[in-house]
Design a protein around this ligand. Sequence first.
Ligand code: DC
Length: 230
Amino acid sequence: MREGIVIPVDGPAGSGKSTMAKAIADHFGLDYLETGALYRAVGLMVLDRGGDPDDAELAARCAREMRFECRKTPQGWRNFLDGRDVTQALREERVSDAASRVSAFPPVRQALLSFQRSYKERRGAVVDGRDIGTMVFPEARLKFFLDADIEVRIQRRFRELRERGIPFDEVRLGGAIRARDRRDRERAAAPLLAAPDAVRVDTSDRSIDQVLASMLEKVREVYGEVIEAP
Ligand code: DC
């Protein structure tokens, strides 16, 4: 019954989209795909091969060759590249930068499209990213677009790194986040954009629980009993 249900959750880095998408997936027992991790994995592959993330041809080749999986484990949702758990490696700053570069190339995006679309044939899924509601699943009945003030999003990233004990330079990292944000919004291929029919959620001054409650309510409103079934 739930096959074919796919819920796009789009938004910029630090908007809370992955946190929310995972929580919605767990709540209803749906599958989950973090598409940012797909682009990050392409970036990591390019770097591992000693390549330049601005090399469009190499990036497209990596995207075509990549075997990626987002799987739920006892440690939570983890990302696997060619069978290797790369969840942690994908968060490195150099990989964030590479991902933002490779994701601007249309052949890279094209190569990742059918994998993303295959999630529709599964047991229902929540998919987070930048263009899920506009390009990947524009037909989805319910789609979310999360956003938050850029300063709030930068502070969230700082807090995350502090909690994990990772040292960083506030000025440099703040600048890098702003630059990536601009690149994601201004690029020609699938720029970050809310679908006209997306439910917009501003997470700047609301707690995770508040945002999640409102999103779960919306999902129930649209999908009703179908989604509650195990
Ligand atoms: O959400 P994130 O920060 O992990 O995304 C990493 C990069 O990938 C970011 O620069 C934007 C890009 N991206 C994209 O172009 N399309 C998506 N659907 C998801 C991410």
